[in-house]
Design a protein around this ligand. Sequence first.
Ligand SMILES: Cc1cc2nc3c(=O)[nH]c(=O)nc-3n(C[C@H](O)[C@H](O)[C@H](O)COP(=O)(O)O)c2cc1C
Length: 178
Amino acid sequence: MNLIAFAASNSTTSINKQLVTYAVSLLRDRANAQVLDLNDFAMPLYSVDHEQAHGIPEAAQRLFALIGAADALLISFAEHNGSYTAAYKNIFDWVSRIQPKVFQGKPMVLLSASPGKGGAASVLKQAKESAPYFDADVKATLSVPSFGDHFDSDAGRLTDPDLNAKLQEALATLISSE
Ligand SMILES: Cc1cc2nc3c(=O)[nH]c(=O)nc-3n(C[C@H](O)[C@H](O)[C@H](O)COP(=O)(O)O)c2cc1C
């Protein structure tokens, strides 16, 4: 199984990137996984005028092609003011101009993490609820609250047994959908 994973954040110290990287490590025997970094897909701020003048950026085409070539997707959402980070939303808007079926029918697991108690549950809910409109097949979701209390950043792993079990369960849905 070819898996594409990324954090919906452009922070170089992203906790969501730490989480997807850990999740991918749990699948290492089952999946050929690639962890993408949104910084490698930087593109101008979306505007109708820019699109008319210059077309859709190559980076958007590249991401769309990577999604299309994958068997499954894993995304961990950072929450900014109750919603998507501007970096993710901008990339998403550009890719949706190629076609609205951004996720191309792929099975997906959606995660989220925040340093606070909310666990970025608000953005996770939005991502889950909107997913079908973009042709995503969401198999499972998991929010990780109080990231610093539940994740050992030095070891790069979730330390909370309950969250670990839930993550394993969520990831298993991708394997079983093969
Ligand atoms: C502009 C801004 C808005 C934020 N809004 C929220 C929020 O609404 N809910 C939340 O749980 N955390 C919020 N945070 C804190 C983020 O959860 C925190 O920065 C987290 O590390 C982001 O994930 P990342 O490290 O993967 O980028 C916000 C942070 C910033 C910079």
